[in-house]
Design a protein around this ligand. Structure first.
Ligand SMILES: [Zn+2]
Length: 405
C-alpha cells in the first residue's frame, strides 16, 4: 500500500496547485469561477496559483466565456505543447515508439525490430537509440522530454519499475525504468502492462470516458483484463490483478502455458483453434485449415469454411461464459472488448452476447453494456503516454512512485 505524505503548508500549496492544473487539463476551457467552486479556494490563493502556472507555461488564457452581462471572463487552457512524452510498447519482436504532446496526441511514431536472442540490455539500448532518432528526425529539443511511459506484456511492478516476468519476452526481474533512466537521468520513466495502458486511453479518449466502473477485456493471442473502479485502475497486491485469462473455465481442460489446466485463455483466444483441431483430427484434416492465427481462421470462416466458422462460434461462447463470470463478480457499468479479435467480432459476436447477457443481473432487468472498442491501434501509444502524463500531474498526496530512480 502506498504511504500518504505527511501534511505541511508547502504540501497543501502543492496539492492545490495540482488540483487547479488537473481541473484545467480535464475540463478546458474553464473559467476561474468554475475552478474556485470546485477547489473551494479563495480568490487570492487561486489567482496566485494561476499566475504561477501561467509563468511556468503550463496554462494560458483564451477567448471569453459566454457573458450574461458585466465583465467577460477569460477561460483557461492547458498548454499541451509544454513538453514532450515518449511512449514505448515492447512487443514480441519489435519496439514501437511514439512522440506525443502533453495530452498524449501522437506527433510521430517509429518501429524497430529485435530478435528473441536480444537481451533486455540490447532492447533498452534500442529504446534509447529510437528516442534520439525521433528527436533528431522531428528537430525537437531533447531537453523538453518530460516523461517516458513503457508498456510491456507480463507481470509488472509499476512501483519499482520492474518487469517481474514476461513469458512472451522470456524476461524475469528486469528493472526496465532504471535501465532506461540511465540514458535519460532528467526524465521520469514509468512502466505498466499493455492492457492497463490501453485502459488509460479508454478512460480519457474512448468508451470509458462516461463510465465510473468498467472492465476492459482484450482478446487475440491471449486474454487480458483491466479493472477500473471509481475511474482508477485496480492493481491488486503486486500489480497482477487481471490475470483473468488464467481463471479456470473447464476443470481438467486443455493444458495452459502457465502450468494450470482448463484456463479461459485456452478457450477464449487464438489458442483454442489449435487445441480444438488437435482434439478433432478427422474434422480438422478435412477442413483444409493449416494456420491457427486469428486472422487466418477468421479469413477461412469468412470464406465459408465450416470448421473455421465453428471454431469462431465456439471460441465466442467460451468468451461469453468468461464475460458472464466477470459481470457477476464486478457488476460493471460496461465491458469494453479490445484487441486483435475485435476486427473479426462479426464471426462470434452473437454467441458472446447470447451467453454473457444471460447473467445474474439480467434476471432482475439490470443490463450490462458489452461494447467493442472504438479506438484504433494508436491507443497503445496514447495509453503509454498517459501513463507518464498522469503520474507527472498526479496530486502529490502519496509518496511518489519511484520513477526509475
Ligand atoms: Zn493459464
Amino acid at each position: 500500500m502506498r504511504a500518504l505524505r505527511t501534511g505541511s503548508k508547502e504540501l497543501i500549496k502543492e496539492i492545490n496547485r495540482f488540483k487547479v492544473l488537473n481541473i484545467i487539463r480535464h475540463q478546458q476551457p474553464v473559467s476561474r469561477s468554475e475552478i474556485a467552486k470546485q477547489c473551494d479556494l479563495g480568490v487570492s490563493t487561486l489567482s496566485y496559483i494561476i499566475e504561477e502556472l501561467k509563468t511556468q507555461r503550463l496554462i494560458y488564457e483564451v477567448g471569453e466565456a459566454t457573458s450574461t452581462g458585466g465583465r467577460k471572463a477569460k477561460l483557461l487552457r492547458f498548454n499541451k505543447d509544454h513538453g514532450y512524452i515518449i511512449s514505448v510498447k515492447i512487443e514480441e519482436e519489435q519496439i514501437l515508439t511514439a512522440l506525443t504532446n502533453m495530452e498524449g496526441e501522437i506527433l510521430c511514431k517509429r518501429y524497430a525490430l529485435f530478435s528473441k536472442k536480444d537481451s533486455p540490455e540490447n532492447v533498452t539500448d534500442m529504446i534509447e537509440s529510437e528516442i534520439h532518432q525521433i528527436f533528431t528526425q522531428e528537430k525537437k529539443d531533447l531537453s523538453f522530454l518530460l516523461g517516458i511511459g513503457i508498456l510491456s506484456s507480463g507481470l509488472v511492478n509499476r512501483h519499482d519499475g520492474t518487469i517481474i516476468r514476461s513469458s512472451m519476452l522470456g524476461w524475469e526481474n528486469v528493472p526496465i525504468t532504471r535501465m532506461v533512466k540511465e540514458s535519460f537521468p532528467e526524465v521520469q520513466v514509468f512502466v505498466d502492462n499493455n492492457i492497463n495502458g490501453y485502459t488509460l486511453a479508454e478512460l480519457e479518449k474512448g468508451e470509458g470516458k462516461s463510465s465510473q466502473n468498467f472492465l476492459v477485456v482484450s482478446i487475440g493471442a491471449g486474454v487480458g483484463l483491466s479493472v477500473v473502479i471509481d475511474r482508477k485502475i485496480y492493481y491488486g497486491s503486486v500489480g497482477g490483478a487481471g490475470e483473468f485469462g488464467h481463471t479456470t473455465l473447464v476443470p481438467n481442460g486443455y493444458p495452459c502455458h502457465c502450468g494450470q489446466n482448463g484456463c479461459l485463455e485456452m478457450y477464449a483466444s487464438e489458442f483454442y483453434f489449435k487445441n480444438k483441431a488437435e482434439d478433432q483430427v478427422s474434422s480438422y484434416s478435412s477442413s483444409k485449415l493449416t494456420d491457427f492465427h486469428f486472422s487466418e481462421v477468421a479469413r477461412a470462416a469468412e470464406e465459408g469454411n465450416e470448421f473455421a466458422m465453428n471454431l469462431m462460434k465456439e471460441m465466442g461462447s467460451y468468451l461469453g461464459y468468461g464475460l458472464r463470470n466477470l459481470i457477476n463478480t464486478f457488476n460493471p457499468d460496461k465491458i469494453i472488448i479490445v484487441g486483435e479479435g475485435v476486427k473479426y467480432s462479426h464471426l462470434f459476436n452473437h454467441e458472446v452476447n447470447l451467453i454473457a447477457n444471460d447473467n445474474f443481473f439480467e434476471k432482475v432487468d439490470i443490463k450490462t453494456e458489452l461494447v467493442f472498442s472504438g479506438l484504433n491501434d494508436d491507443a497503445w501509444f496514447t495509453g503509454g503516454a498517459l501513463l507518464a502524463i498522469n503520474q507527472i500531474f498526479q496530486e502529490p498526496i502519496y509518496e511518489p512512485i519511484k520513477a526509475g530512480l
